[in-house]
Design a protein around this ligand. Structure first.
Ligand code: ADP
Ligand code: MG
Length: 477
């Protein structure tokens, strides 16, 4: 295959490669977020796979090589034909990647002007379509509403507000709406000049990117033109999709700007679609006027999938990668992984990679072995001690034991510390005083730490998932 073909092939499975990397090499969520998630496929050039680190953290190339070089080096060749599989990886910092892309753009300029005529959103995942979205009791309302706004933007529910826990399909649905709208409303009739056909303009953006772009526009003295450009960009679209709006809520200036964007679009009958991890009224920092805008349209939720839906999603996904498995293997996965579809897919990938790395057929035993750590890392029946809990928490959050016992007050340490207190209380016989002594904290700090986690579990599905996952690691039953 030539470079371009290899690049396309890898690009199509890039997310899957990253998921495999995470699970097969047992990265914690923290390290996954820091090292793996920000990696994008930059280019392929004669056996060299160029990988860009598009994260905001200052992670050096040598660190990346050390952390993800070996895992990715093992996994990427699995996706290539044998004669292409001998590859080296090169990592690019955000700045280097940008330079590389600029160079590419400059070289590709003449050929590109034609393509620019068709509106295209390159930040959409081609796999996230309505066709690939499995409908179950948990998401049928959300899907129906999504399809309705995709078919007739601006006419029924405006805004459409979709909320639900992590990995349950919000982003998938948002992309599906955007794909559908781009395909079916490729052109719309412009009001002025009479009858001129102009492209139907769809913009998909995450709350985080929206925030960053605004900050960028406001920075420095030249903010007038930059802010005007920012406004024009967001207010001249036919459909605006903002994914994970929670990033915006509570950030005063961004929230304000978004409010005006909202009004401008809404006033012109343009469709707004918003996703979030919680319903509008659950935001404590939201402005009343924004809340009332959100509530003007339709709010739908996505719940965790039931057993049948989990089975259907697994079968679909397996078909997709041409993996033929017995029902008892699907059943094993669907029974053990419940709360998150991303994890469900990750489990399937993990079994697949495990079998390929070991050159074994996929049997129920192999599936159990491959998923051992995901399902119940402590199934060997190790006694539940404070030390075990500390080990599980520190692994999960990528913090050290010294951090936990220290007086550091940054959030990335206080949360794991409070989670430890909570888990010690749940899984051992220790009294609050004993936990305090052990953690070098006083009684009241322990109480308030545990309460805080209890509250977060109630209010935030992703914390509930995390505690659930940690619980499984501590004790399989
Ligand atoms: P969220 O944005 O809610 O965190 P995503 O949309 O990123 O979740 O979904 C996580 C993964 O699960 C994606 O790979 C997505 O394609 C898949 N997924 C979620 N819901 C469904 C569904 N109903 N049918 C098929 N795949 C799904
Ligand atoms: Mg999402």
């Amino acid at each position: 295959m030539n470079n371009e073909q290899i690049k396309q092939k890898l690009a199509a499975v890039w997310e899957e490669i990253k998921t495999n990397c995470r699970y097969e090499f047992e990265f914690t969520e923290f390290s996954d977020n820091l090292f793996i998630k920000p990696l994008t496929l930059l280019d392929v050039a004669d056996g060299r796979i160029l990988i860009a680190y598009d994260g905001k953290n200052d992670v050096g190339k040598d660190v990346l090589e050390r952390k993800v070089g070996t895992p990715l080096g093992a996994i990427i060749p699995l996706y290539l034909d044998e004669e292409d599989a001998d590859v080296t990886l090169e990592f690019f910092s955000p700045k280097e990647a940008e330079e590389y892309r600029q160079r590419g753009r400059a070289e590709a300029q003449p050929a590109q002007s034609k393509a620019a005529l068709t509106p295209m959103q390159t930040n959409l995942n081609p796999k996230y379509t309505f066709d690939n979205f499995v409908v179950g009791n948990n998401n049928s309302m959300a899907r129906a509403a999504a399809l309705a706004v995709a078919e007739a933007p601006g006419e029924f529910y405006n805004p459409l507000y979709i909320y639900g826990g992590v990995g349950l399909g919000k982003t998938h649905l948002m992309h599906a709406i955007a794909h559908y709208a781009l395909e079916h409303h490729a052109m719309r009739q412009a009001k002025k000049p009479e009858n001129e056909r102009v492209p139907f303009n769809v913009m998909y953006v995450t709350g985080e990117v929206f925030t960053n772009e605004l900050i960028e526009a406001l920075r420095g003295g030249k903010s007038d033109t930059a802010t005007a450009e920012f406004r024009a960009k967001y207010r001249n679209v036919d459909m605006l999709l903002i994914d994970d709006i929670q990033f915006i809520i509570g950030k005063e200036r961004t929230q304000e700007e978004f409010f005006h964007t909202f009004n401008s679009l809404y006033g012109n009958n343009r469709q707004l679609i918003i996703s979030s991890d919680k319903p509008p009224k659950d935001f404590s920092m939201i402005e009343e006027r924004l809340l009332s805008r959100f509530e003007m349209g339709l709010t739908v939720d996505i719940q965790a999938p039931d057993y049948e839906t989990r089975m259907a999603i697994l079968r679909n996904k397996a078909d997709d990668v041409q993996l033929h498995l017995d029902d008892d293997i699907f059943d094993y996965i669907a029974t053990n992984i419940r709360s998150n579809i991303r994890e469900l897919e990750g489990a399937l990938n993990k079994i697949n990679v495990y079998a390929r790395l070991k050159h074994l057929d996929i049997t129920p035993e192999l599936a159990k072995e491959a998923l051992k750590d995901l399902v119940s890392p402590n199934s060997g029946g190790v006694a539940i001690t404070p030390e075990l809990i500390i080990k599980i928490v520190t692994d999960y959050y990528a913090v050290t034991m010294d951090d936990l016992f220290s007086s550091k007050k940054s959030r990335d340490i206080t949360i794991p510390r409070q989670v430890t207190m909570y888990l010690l209380r749940q899984y051992t016989d220790m009294t609050l005083d004993e936990i305090g002594d052990y953690m070098r904290r006083d009684h009241s700090t322990v109480i308030s730490g545990i309460r805080k986690i209890e509250k977060m579990i109630g209010a935030d599905p992703s914390t509930a998932n995390t505690i659930d996952a940690l619980g499984k690691r501590i004790s399989p039953d």
